[in-house]
Design a protein around this ligand. Sequence first.
Ligand SMILES: Nc1ncnc2c1ncn2[C@@H]1O[C@H](COP(=O)(O)OP(=O)(O)O)[C@@H](O)[C@H]1O
Ligand code: SF4
Ligand SMILES: [Mg+2]
Length: 342
Amino acid sequence: MTTLEKAGPEQTDATRTAPLLEVRDLHVEFHTRDGVAKAVNGVNYSVNAGETLAVLGESGSGKSVTAQAIMGILDMPPGRIPKGEIFFRGQDMLKMSGEERRKIRGQKIAMIFQDALSALNPVLSVGYQLGEMFRVHQGLSKKDAKAKAIELMDRVRIPAAKERVGDYPHQFSGGMRQRIMIAMAMALEPDLIIADEPTTALDVTVQAQVMDLLAELQREMNMGLILITHDLGVVADVADKIAVMYAGRIVETAPVHEIYKAPAHPYTKGLLDSIPRLDQKGQELYAIKGLPPNLLRIPSGCAFNPRCPMAKEVCRTDVPPLAAVSDTRASACHFWKETLDG
Ligand SMILES: Nc1ncnc2c1ncn2[C@@H]1O[C@H](COP(=O)(O)OP(=O)(O)O)[C@@H](O)[C@H]1O
Ligand code: SF4
Ligand SMILES: [Mg+2]
């Protein structure tokens, strides 16, 4: 696109109707001593305001690397983005200056990490760290920033916020610390939050509480939410749609209730079958056989073929494109019809 077109009215209209975030054909690779690790190999997904997208996949499938590319915090080098676009409100962030990028980070797009203890500064009080957001970005006085910090702690339902505002991160439980991370991410009322395994380190009951809180605040503030997880069980109630990742690609996308009813990709089916279910107590849990591929040597054809119970000859030679299953669904499997029919 030329500079003239960029400044023209077409771009303004496009910006108005564009999804909040759209990732297009994103590729990320890491240049290591052993070779090039292809971590992200053509990811496409989008999120609208008020919508929750769950990104699901085993460890090493490229979920976090995609998030880091969106957030602009990828380690470069060794990381490199050879191809792709990341549109935020219709503007490609990969073409923005460092300054423009910084303005978006934290204020428009915020991130919540799995490990609150290492994300928070151990020698500063929680109130100070929350208040800092307002002092730095909104120029509030120390006193006003502290009041805002207490307000935020109340909002994420930390009991006795007023008394605890001076406490340090290690004085809070894991669940409470994750609430503090959520408060921090919400502080500047961003348009989009990326939560990368936000509850993975927590007990199951606490997981559900933190997930519910996140979903409630997201609805209240009409934010977009990208929820990264390896656990399909925790996102079922809060996500609108799911993108399943394998070896750096999206292999299936669908509205959440449809994917539960009938997956259109054998990998998704494997993930679903490995969720513990209350009505099947005592039965041995299914596990997908084998391991995710080495990203230095991704198998030819469908990357899942060495592990797939439905693999045929064509799977070893031809990469299945992410093809439409319906208006709202897509699957990257040569045999999605057979899979869908069970
Ligand atoms: N800083 C890095 N240097 C080299 N390789 C990396 C780096 N970060 C990620 N990778 C590679 O990218 C792969 C995908 O990582 P990641 O996105 O973190 O997976 P996950 O789906 O578990 O979040 C890793 O298995 C690793 O091979
Ligand atoms: S393309 Fe073949 S190997 Fe890949 S998921 Fe489908 S059936 Fe399995
Ligand atoms: Mg990860």
